[in-house]
Design a protein around this ligand. Structure first.
Ligand SMILES: Nc1nc2c(ncn2[C@@H]2O[C@H](COP(=O)(O)OP(=O)(O)OP(=O)(O)O)[C@@H](O)[C@H]2O)c(=O)[nH]1
Ligand SMILES: [Mg+2]
Length: 439
């Protein structure tokens, strides 16, 4: 009802009042009528709460109680389901959604936030492990960088123009650094090619040429991680090499790492020649907290391999690492014994050994390359573990092995601590090797 109508209603009783009344008694009646009319008008004007527009549309919290007049929780639930919630659609329109949809939206949002947090945590962990990897490699390559072929080439190039007058000396430096004949010639050829394109006037270009060629040579061999899982049964890794190259130590480090990564690891002592060898392995297994499978002293190593694989199959191990006795690559009888270990492993589990890692001592230089050539004639070597890089300036032997004989270096030993066996990362290796070259 509008205000003029109220005014008219209020004026009506006053207009009907007799003028002779003098205003005393009649005034009181008029006031009473006015009050009644005002209350009636107020009651008529007031709208019931349900009809009032709701300007407070919000995304209802799932499960939030609302004062909707329902008395029991079942009734409240029913009301909620009928009432639903309001949400703004993409085009800004308010749309009605059911509590179920509201719950789903909240769940999706929570999942999205949790995933983002996980991704961030993984990135941070990745960053710190990459930094750690780089620092370990820098430590391991200290001698190679200080005294190896990069440092020697640096001295040779100092203040000189790179042309054919220097080729002979460059070749000598590379050969002396155990890069091998094949790798030496490939690197030298890359310099000659760049020189003929007149690209070597700037010393920075000389290093860029060598660096790119080194990367190319390593990329040619490719990089595949050590096989730690296979479709059927446990993955079997056989570890071979000459005496003292670092097999047992590397196995201890590997067992520790893979066990920490969640693999169920069994280590087999197939070096049955010396009781001390088994004891040494046992100590590493205790440190790595993995079980060891021991054969009888002087048992046939192949029979120990067989029994360990059978046990791993029966007891649900993911990974078996076979430690074999050190042997001279020139001893035919012992090399035949190694072939037998591989053949018998395949009888216990077709496809085994899935990985045959040849452990080479980096300090051996070119002799390590010779060992690789002879071992791969007896067993199907799938990758190299290059130990003791920290103790030598002959880090360039990585190139001789990878590029010279085409075997991928999979792991490098950069010290004697449990964590000092690292995945070989060719790009990181090249970056570290050439870091500061020519400066
Ligand atoms: N500095 C350094 N020393 C290492 C590394 N790997 C192994 N060693 C040392 O090399 C020595 C020989 O290691 P082992 O693991 O016993 O070698 P192995 O090949 O099992 O020897 P045999 O079983 O006798 O053939 C030990 O003193 C190790 O600590 C490495 O990456 N860096
Ligand atoms: Mg050993």
């Amino acid at each position: 009802m509008s205000l003029p109508i109220i005014h008219a209603l209020c004026a009506l009783p006053l207009a009907q009042m007799p003028a002779s009344d003098g205003g005393g008694h009649g005034g009181l009646i008029a006031l009473a009528v006015l009050a009644v009319v005002a209350v009636g008008a107020w009651l008529l004007l007031r709208k019931p709460p349900a009809q009032r527009p709701d300007h407070t549309a919000k995304l209802a919290r799932p499960g939030a109680e609302q004062d909707d007049g329902a008395s029991t929780s079942a009734e409240r639930k029913k009301h909620r389901e009928q009432a639903g919630s309001i949400k703004l659609s993409a085009d800004g329109q308010a749309v009605k959604i059911t509590p179920e949809q509201a719950r789903q939206i909240a769940k999706d949002q929570a999942e999205h936030e949790a995933l983002a947090a996980l991704r961030k945590a993984a990135e941070m962990a990745g960053d710190s492990s990459a930094r750690e990897q780089k620092a370990a490699l820098a430590q391991g390559l200290q001698k190679t960088k200080a005294e190896g072929f990069i440092a020697r080439l640096g001295k040779l190039f100092a203040g000189k123009q790179i042309d054919e007058s220097l080729y002979e000396e460059i070749e000598e430096v590379l050969l002396r650094a155990d890069l091998g004949v094949k790798t030496t010639h490939e690197l030298l050829q890359s310099l000659k090619d760049a020189s003929s394109r007149k690209e070597l006037a700037n010393p920075a270009h000389v290093w860029k040429t060598l660096r790119e060629k080194t990367q190319q040579l390593l990329d040619k061999v490719g990089q595949a991680p050590v096989v730690t899982r296979v479709a059927q049964g446990p993955a079997v890794i056989m570890v071979v090499g000459v005496n003292g190259s670092g097999k047992t130590t590397s196995i201890g480090k590997l067992a520790h790492r893979y066990s920490k990564e969640g693999h169920k690891v069994l280590v087999a002592a197939a070096d049955t020649f010396r009781a001390a060898a088994v004891d040494q392995l046992e100590v590493w297994c205790q440190r790595a907290d993995v079980p060891i499978h021991r054969g009888k002293e002087n048992a046939d190593p192949a029979s120990v391999c067989f029994a360990a694989i059978e046990r791993a199959k029966a007891e649900g191990f993911d990974l078996v690492i076979l430690d074999t006795a050190g042997r001279l690559h020139t001893n035919q009888g012992l090399m035949e014994e190694l072939s037998k270990c591989a053949r018998v492993s395949a009888k216990a589990l077709p496809g085994a050994p899935h990985e045959t890692l040849l452990v080479l001592d980096a300090t051996m230089g070119q002799n390590a390359v010779k060992q690789a050539e002879l071992f791969r004639e007896s067993v199907p070597v799938t990758g190299i573990v290059l130990t003791k890089l920290d103790g030598t300036a002959k880090g360039g032997v990585v190139l001789a092995i990878a590029s010279g004989i085409g075997l991928p270096v999979k792991l490098i030993g950069v010290g004697e601590k449990m964590s000092d066996l690292r995945d070989f990362d060719a790009a990181l290796f090249v970056e570290e090797l050439f870091d500061g070259a020519g400066s």
